[in-house]
Design a protein around this ligand. Sequence first.
Ligand code: GMT
Length: 378
Amino acid sequence: MKIGITCYPSVGGSGILATALGEELANRGHQVHFISYERPFRLPANVPNLHFHPVVINDYQLFKYPDYTLPLSVKLAEVSRDYQLDLLHMHYAVPHATAAILARDMLPPALQPRVVTTLHGTDTTLLGHDPGYRPAIHHALQNSDAVTTVSAFLQAETRRVLGFDGPMDVIHNFFVPKAPQRSRAEVRQALGLQNETLLFHSSNLRPLKRIDLLLETVARIHPRESFKLVILAGSSFAPFIARVQQLGLADRVVIFENVSNIEEYLQAADIGLFTSDTESFCLSILEAMFFSFASVARNVGGIPEVIQHNETGLLVDSAQPDALARAVESLIAHPVRRQALGQLARKRAQQFFSAEAIVPQYELLYQRVCCGEKMPPR
Ligand code: GMT
């Protein structure tokens, strides 16, 4: 098939997932066209069947705010027409799905691609509450040929928050680990580790990730010398440095910003720690599972669809730093149990959240929408 994909190209779970999906589809012989304002940061160059089309944004003086939606829709229409795309797969509703609907409407019927929209999280859980966005998101979903969500939690939230009652498929996220360049021992040595347990956190540091709670939690872990925390930050960590120092964590926390070789740190880590107030899925937990280590996370959103408490990780009901710290301490103190959880986590990841398990679900969906069948009501 000929597939157009639009996603946020910067560091972020939805862009990472969309990029991995495009790569997997190209490997399976589909022709894939990424259309965005920037090349997605994990998109490999020189791969057969994989193309990138930049959207040029003009900053006309007349406009107080530069517009992306219209140039994106024009580029989507152009690429659809020039390459005779079968479908456009939009990741994150705003403004991508809206732009795709407009692009489709600009084309004559014979050239109109199908539109598939995948909701990732805050397009429902945050923007869905905003009266300035809600009707546009609802309209985009209503006019998509198929809508998917990355968890059952997000599907239910989309019904509740947006009042969308059309068909929606749940297709969970997947991850394809790349081979690290350095060994676990080399990375641990470079991090200055002796016998400490290495805690791992990666996120874009947005307020809902609760970096304040992450730092409070690790500040309460005893004994202090038992761990180090590596944070892979998808944006500047500068706003949190003062807090790291106030909490006396300067020698316990190692920060890397905008890392592309995440696998090196994943293979060096022992326990994941995630403190978000909500997550529709939490791709970072899945990445940890593929590297055989268990995570401690809050029991929120779609996280229980990824981790099963006491089997493949630990879910904590409370948002209290002490409760989270006790859970982490229990894993630091019991390496055998920790490793057993990690092994089960990897098994679960491979079984349910691998490319082999997930990509065919998208391919089936594409076939369904391109054959013109209406989706059965669920
Ligand atoms: O919706 C967002 O907050 C952005 C998005 C992203 O681009 O990182 O994150 C969401 O999509 C990821 C990929 O599907 C999920 O793993 C994240 O859980 C989800 N974030 C939230 O729900 C807060």
